[in-house]
Design a protein around this ligand. Structure first.
Ligand code: 17E
Ligand code: FE2
Length: 411
């Protein structure tokens, strides 16, 4: 199959893309269809590697208001509401919601998802269902499962055992939630426990780290130090890190050295954290996003996630990562021309690094023919005009397609 006239990743020259046996075979100018080869003219549209959701909770998606609504809008009330919903969690209930959410993502050009799954449940119902779905959906969506202790590792009955059992059952990555643990020493020990478990089992780690407006929340330094000392480096990701928004600049200066040495990845969730953070402030109210601009300027890898789709922590969402990028650029004040043009990297290449899939990701000969076509010539234009994803292909096969809406202005 030959795709003609694509602008690949904001390039200024048009290129043709040949796909064969599910892989990119050739990328060049003026490629001619071979005998019997199908050819499609993309007419100067933008082609990108597929979007990647580097942080979401698929087990909680599509449960907002059930059985109660989060009235304060805080993380902690969200956890309480979910704790009530957890009591009636079922395999079918999870399968139905996850299947719906995955298709919402697919419609928006997402082909990889890292999902956190709550394992503070003695039955591990959600984890088992997600591991099953990971296999069933493999052809259409790459799903990575993080064993996520929503109610703590040391502060929840048998928390450590549940984490170990989740890993035994097949989780891809180990999580932690240091800012939720009862005490500072539990917080430190929970990070140590999670990263040692990841190191012992050869797994990735992704920690919900300092998702609080408390400037004294310092789970991050522990995570970075252990990533360095255990030799885990970029196998470790810290998500949220919103306390960093409130750290003093003198501490940041010291911390940045360790962050660079540790090579850990960051995930920011602009939609959810601008909603959840700053809730105890009067005015001025903190924005609640980690220091995306400073981290990026220091060469540290940052990706953007949606975090939630219509649940106890976030009451909106239709599986479109464009929303996270759009808001993230505003809140991080990264609105220069190049910043906007390059911002697709937050949900493509940067996220691929976080998920550790960079070796099989990207539009290059020999790699799987995974790509999306947007109805725009470059990402600046796509972001600005909410351009739809016209096609999403995985291993050369069409996963989803759309036609641009036809709008007529009558004057
Ligand atoms: N759980 C948590 O601890 N933090 C979040 N942002 C979500 C779930 C969505
Ligand atoms: Fe999260």
């Amino acid at each position: 199959m030959l795709f003609k006239n694509a602008y690949i990743e904001n390039a200024e020259e048009l290129k043709d893309i040949r796909i064969s046996a599910g892989k990119f075979a050739e990328i060049g100018e003026d490629l001619q269809p071979r005998e019997g080869e199908e050819s499609e003219d993309l007419q100067g549209r933008l082609v990108l590697p597929p979007f990647i959701e580097s942080h979401v909770h698929l087990d909680t998606c599509l449960t907002a208001g059930d059985p109660v609504w989060n009235m304060s809008g805080t993380l902690f009330e969200g956890i309480e509401c979910w704790s009530k919903r957890k009591q009636k969690l079922g395999r079918e209930d999870i399968r139905e919601r996850v299947n719906r959410a995955v298709r919402m993502y697919a419609a928006n050009g997402i082909q990889h998802i890292r999902t956190h799954v709550d394992v503070t449940d003695p039955t591990l119902t959600a984890l088992k269902a997600l591991l099953e779905l990971r296999e069933e959906l493999r052809e259409y969506m790459d799903i990575q499962v993080v064993a996520f202790p929503q109610e703590g590792i040391l502060s929840f009955p048998k928390g450590r055992e549940l984490m170990e059992e989740a890993v035994r059952l097949g989780a891809d990555a180990v999580g932690a939630i240091p800012h939720f643990e009862f005490t500072r020493e539990y917080s430190v020990e929970s990070v140590n426990f999670a990263l040692r478990l990841a190191a012992d089992k050869g797994l990735l780690a992704d920690i919900h780290c300092d998702e609080i407006d408390d400037e004294a929340s310092r789970g991050l330094e522990t995570a970075a130090a252990r990533a360095l000392e255990l030799g885990l480096y970029d196998r470790v990701t810290v998500s949220h890190t919103t306390a960093m928004h409130s750290y003093n600049n003198a501490y940041m200066l010291k911390l940045m050295r360790l962050l660079k040495m540790s090579r850990i990845n960051f995930v920011a969730n602009p939609l959810v954290n601008t909603h959840l953070q700053g809730r105890t402030d009067t005015y001025p109210k903190r924005r609640g996003l980690t220091r995306v601009k400073e981290l990026t300027e220091n060469g540290i890898n940052v990706s953007f996630g949606h975090d939630d789709i219509f649940d106890h922590w976030y009451p909106l969402g239709c599986g479109n990562l464009r929303d996270a990028v759009f808001l993230g650029l505003h809140v991080a004040q990264m609105m220069g021309y190049e910043d906007i043009m390059e911002s697709y990297r937050f949900i493509t290449h940067n996220a691929a690094k976080t998920l550790h899939i960079a070796d099989r990701y990207g539009i290059e000969p020999g790699k799987p023919a995974d790509f999306i076509v947007l109805d725009a010539a470059n990402y600046y234009d796509a972001l600005n005009r909410c351009a739809p994803v016209l096609a999403s292909c995985k291993n050369g096969r069409l996963l989803s397609s759309a036609r641009p809406a036809e709008v007529k202005v009558r004057f």
